[in-house]
Write a protein that binds this ligand. Sequence first.
Ligand code: ZN
Length: 256
Amino acid sequence: MCFLLSFLMISIPISGCTSDIEDIFGESWGVPGGLALACLRDDAYREMVVEIDHAPGYSPEPSTVSLLKQRLDQVCDKPDGIQIELTEVNFAETTTWNANKVREIGHETMDEDPQTDILRWHVIMPQGTYSDESVLGVAVDASTIALFSDSIDDSTSILNPRISAEDIENSVMVHEFGHLLGLVNLVYTSPADHEDSEHPGHSNNEDSVMYWAVETFTIGAWLGGELPTEFDQDDLNDMEGMKSGELETKDQLWRP
Ligand SMILES: [Zn+2]
């Protein structure tokens, strides 16, 4: 199963990408959700680092960093803590991105491997846009995310001036980490009927940060008031089920 998930408009399935990645990089970086158990449980990884590499002038909002830490602390069992490290990076690409470029440049710029003594997940925040400019963020493998700040800025709308680029960045960041945690149904099958049938990998609940419609409408023109930034009860139950083993998981790069 292979997923490239965008936040705003579309989900782009790429066939056979796990084996492609192995061919290109000589090792598997897995699929989104492939390190879900490594994050949710504390058996192998008691500490976690989120490496956020951003282009000059593209650092995340402080509210995005603190919200992300809060959400990860809520679901991931990391007794020795979750650190978020911000670094300014000049990326080799500054205009047009695609999934392979995010993987290639993401892996090149990552300071350590995802699985040492510490679990490490990686966000790049480069200049430029995805090939489909409506894409605000993508999760491309088990540990790599990109957020496109230029597109986030452009997605604010006069139709809903209450929603700022900062609000959108908050939601997109948590949403993409939700995919790394396996939501929705990426590496397990939920007992709850909360995956939207027409938008695989996404929630049908508008109060979940994994809600599908966030990908369907121009997010700046969101009519439902506040953007969701939280996992809902079904999302939380799914993660609890994966963690306990009650829900069977697949495609894991680490298992207890
Ligand atoms: Zn998504």
